[in-house]
Design a protein around this ligand. Structure first.
Ligand SMILES: [Zn+2]
Length: 315
């Protein structure tokens, strides 16, 4: 069984899971399904397999695969975590340094009034920081406890291993000529811009916890559920080009009771869930998931005396 770190929890944590049932923690898989994604910080591709005169586009070797950097994904996830804490009445750790040179002078103060506390101001006598600071870390001394990997993608389904945090997706480079609207210019192009996008992304993003605290799991579960439920709201879309329909992501955390074979089964279109997977889904939904969310509530309440402490015996 997983060795949970409950040092920051004011309540007992224990799962009604049999000895032989394995949790995939410290790994968690976020299932992603997006029609179009434009990660702002670009995509690493492997497109140069052949010299141009011998390039054959339909050779499977030349179908473009690559990696989506984790930075846009991480910001999206953190924003979901902030929203969950704020909805519960707690303040969220600001993602930026308080002494950073923000372009708008009052932007930091405005955020502090809208449900944020100054980044790192939560490291005090209670503990080493709020759950958000603990999980994502500060820029300086504190590295955070969540490893966020890039998502590797390929257009060839047989080359995608979802247990490694990979996805099936189709790379496109969009070219746009920005033309002058000044009549005298006759519509001449002013500049050429390109944008990297991936279409029809289906697969997993693999997260790993450096320390397995139940409240971390609770926060990630709630944040991904929140992002999924608000996927068509501008603020909770992922990456760029959001006004054009990019970044609306159906997201879920795959059942942590699954084995790797069962994770693969989720993405195998020839297979449907086994009865064992259905049993695990029932067990997770009815007896496990809430335990992690209660741990999150307990840790948040410990910092903020105004919030109710969950009572594990209540339904
Ligand atoms: Zn904080």
């Amino acid at each position: 069984m997983v060795d949970f770190d409950t040092a920051n929890l004011p309540v007992e944590f224990d799962l009604p899971v049999e000895e032989e049932e394995e949790l995939m923690l410290p790994d968690l898989y976020v299932g992603l399904d997006a029609g179009l994604l434009a990660p702002g910080d670009g995509i690493v591709t492997d497109r140069h397999h052949a010299s141009s005169d011998r390039y054959e586009a339909d050779d499977p070797q030349n179908q473009i695969a690559g990696q989506i950097s984790p930075f846009a994904l991480s910001g999206w996830l953190r924003h979901g975590c902030e929203a969950v804490l704020q909805a519960a009445g707690a303040s969220a750790c600001h993602p930026g340094e308080s002494n950073a040179n923000f372009r708008l002078e009052d932007v930091y103060d405005r955020d502090l009034e809208a449900g944020y506390h100054e980044k790192g101001s939560c490291t005090d006598d209670v503990d080493a920081g709020c759950v958000l600071y603990d999980l994502f870390g500060g820029f300086g001394g504190s590295p955070g406890k969540l490893i966020r990997r890039p998502v590797s993608f390929s257009p060839v389904r047989s080359q995608v291993d979802v247990t490694k945090g990979e996805a099936e997706a189709h790379y496109r480079q969009l070219h746009t000529q920005v033309r002058s609207r000044n009549e005298e210019d006759g519509g001449q192009p002013l500049r050429h811009s390109t944008r990297d996008v991936v279409g029809n992304l289906v697969g997993t993003w693999k997260l790993t916890l450096r320390e397995v605290k139940p409240e971390f799991v609770g926060l990630l579960l709630e944040a991904i559920a929140f992002l999924d439920a608000h996927s068509d709201e501008y603020a909770f879309q992922l990456g760029g080009a959001r006004n054009f329909g990019a970044g609306m992501v159906d997201a879920e955390i795959l059942n942590p009771l699954y084995s790797e074979a069962e994770v693969k089964c989720v993405y195998d279109r020839r297979k449907s869930p086994t009865s064992e997977m259905e049993r695990k889904d029932e067990l997770w939904q009815t007896q496990c998931r809430d335990k992690f969310v209660e741990a999150l509530q307990a840790r948040t309440a410990r910092r903020d005396g105004e919030l109710p402490v969950p009572d594990g015996d209540e339904p």
